[in-house]
Design a protein around this ligand. Structure first.
Ligand code: FAD
Length: 258
């Protein structure tokens, strides 16, 4: 019985002294699945270039060692080779994403993207910057919720985001640095704090809410939205759930989680 998570086939074979020939071993190996990354740049601003934001996945194993994710390791190697002046070819493929700005460019949006979940919103903000250059007056609001452990640590795109904020490309920018104070703060806490405003925006179909990042965070935010709907309306849990499902169907709530 395999009771330890993250055991590889190779480790299982080694530990149990299983004898296999190469053909049998290869047959056992699962195919390496493609890793997906959210594009972190606008194709209007940079039509010839695609950026991604990748976080290095490191697992602490029970035997005290660490295991770096397969694609993370690959990117790390690529980075080192690039830094040494090498040029590197990488095979990539593109998939259709549900993460697109609303068809109506004057619709307000709420972007919830802690950690590398910020990726698609960098592209959104670059696009808005271009759009606003030809717009006499702003018709909508771009609201961003971002979180990470430390403001001076893992705050990726910090300078770029602060500059977007200064130039009012972002209208409201809420940040949660979970480990910068004794009590941990997450984007969910900030949303809870703004719950009445959020409720009014949702109920009037005024905003599209985008959530990007970890599945745990996304589920927790969605749960919070349900609680907010119940708190400020007279809906039952079932009605609030239905409303959320409709929001997703009508693309008022769009998620990309992993
Ligand atoms: C739609 C989508 C968008 C995404 N966007 C981004 C993004 O913008 N930025 C970003 O950083 N990531 C993003 N991701 C996540 C990304 O695709 C990868 O999953 C992530 O980078 C980790 O890949 P990895 O190869 O480094 O880790 P992996 O090697 O795949 O490891 C992942 C986990 O599986 C475990 N594991 C691996 N192999 C085994 C095994 N043989 N047996 C048991 N356990 C095992 C590892 O220990 C680890 O916990 C996205 C994912 C999706 C689905």
């Amino acid at each position: 019985m395999v009771d330890e998570q993250k055991t590889t086939i190779f480790q299982l074979i080694q530990r149990n002294n299983i004898k296999l020939n190469l053909a049998q071993f290869i047959e056992l190996c699962p195919r390496i699945s493609p890793r997906l990354f959210t594009i972190a740049s606008s194709n209007i601003k940079s039509p010839q270039q695609v950026e991604i934001a990748d976080s290095l996945l490191i697992d602490d194993l029970s035997d005290g060692t660490q295991k770096i994710g397969l694609c993370s390791q690959y990117f790390l190697n690529i980075q080192q080779r690039l830094l040494q002046g090498e040029s590197v070819k990488v095979r990539v493929d593109f998939r259709e994403s549900s993460f697109k700005l609303p068809d109506d460019p004057n619709k307000s949006i709420i972007m919830i993207g802690p950690g590398t979940g910020i990726a698609p919103f960098i592209g959104f903000l670059q696009e808005r910057e271009i759009f606003l250059q030809n717009q006499a007056q702003k018709q909508n609001e771009y609201i961003l919720y971002f979180g990470c452990k430390h403001e001076n640590g893992d705050f990726i795109y910090k300078d770029q985001l602060r500059e977007f904020q200064r130039r009012k490309i972002i209208d409201k920018f809420y940040t949660a640095f979970s480990r910068d104070q004794e009590k941990k703060i997450y984007v969910q806490d900030l949303l809870k704090h703004n719950s009445e405003e959020l409720f009014n925006q949702i109920i009037n179909d005024k905003v599209v809410i985008y959530i990007c990042g970890s599945t745990n965070m996304g589920n927790s935010v969605q749960h919070l939205i349900k609680e907010i709907l119940i708190k400020y309306s007279n809906w039952s849990e079932h009605e609030a759930e239905e409303r959320i499902q409709n929001m997703q169907k009508q693309k008022f709530l769009i998620k990309e989680l992993w």
